[in-house]
Design a protein around this ligand. Sequence first.
Ligand code: ATP
Length: 373
Amino acid sequence: MTQKTEGGDVRLAGISKTYGSFTAVHPLDLTVPQGSFFALLGASGCGKTTTLRMIAGLEDPSTGTVSLGDTDVTHLPPYKRPVNTVFQSYALFPHLDISENVAFGLRRRGIKSVKKQVDDMLDLVQLGQFAKRKPHQLSGGQQQRVAVARALINHPQVLLLDEPLGALDLKLRRQMQLELKRIQTEVGITFVHVTHDQEEAMTMADQVAVMNGGRVEQLGAPADLYENPKTTFVANFLGTSNLIEAEVASTTSDVVTVTCGGAKLKLPNARCQAQTATGDKLLVGVRPEKVSIAHADDADSIPDGRNRITGRITASSFIGVSTQFIVDSPACADFDVYVQNIERDSRLAPGAEVVLHWNPEHTFGLDADQAID
Ligand code: ATP
């Protein structure tokens, strides 16, 4: 079933939410493109559910407007908005079979002939053979797919998903992430998905808004957020970053050279989110999987042009496809460095002197005037 639904972008203009003197969501402007899979990502309490509930109409914004396409829906009650929500608790009707659960939205609108639509929906979520079962006869993942089918049957313009996979175990959650993405691509409806799981947001979403303290800290495509975090919060929330305090030694329009603990590192000017005049402080970052590790005895074999810092391994752990090292380096002051995906070398054990090296292109620069954690 491929159903392209009409509608438009979801536009939040200056919406905020305060409870007494507490601001859960600071005024924010956000556009969710029609037909996209959009994730609101952040730690517990950052305001993502409140934002979602304002789109649903379950919460009145303290300021601002919510529009769907050209229609201002700010003051419409939830049931008058072309929006539906799937919650973490699937809230299926236990006494109704799966097909009647899915048919519920149609029956409530007085539609009698529902079979074809229900069958199509169950096919979409690949549960056709379970139509006559009761919810308790399905697994958690299957029940969640019924909840999605039930929410989609009235063809909303927007489907809101509030931590819908939170109750599932890790393996099932990974499967359901791909499944939800497939369903969204097939129906073409805008999905707005709330999660605190960065991997989940990165796997599914076309665009991710990273929220922190009631504000959107950064908005972008997953790869862009990962490659070019603008703040230390985003750098640390999306995966692991090695952040090194450095000082700008020289700068050209293309390349910034910094010094730190006796090492000299280069990074593309285009990947710096801060001033890069000589003497400016900069936090220099590199993702762990971009870093290679060589025993100090092999330092001469490292190709020219790589960023390199020296250090000593303080810990290592084999984690299947990769080995994780923690390295103490004068360049990194008290920071550890994690290195993954290397060929195993028995000399690379705690206590060994090593050289960490990576392509300067994989280095980013952040404003030093912010907390590292
Ligand atoms: P979680 O992942 O834990 O659900 P969240 O990012 O979705 O977190 P929200 O549920 O949006 O966070 O809550 C944001 C903040 O607003 C929290 O500090 C919460 O305690 C507060 N809050 C939410 N609802 C209310 C309310 N009705 N009255 C007072 N404070 C509230």
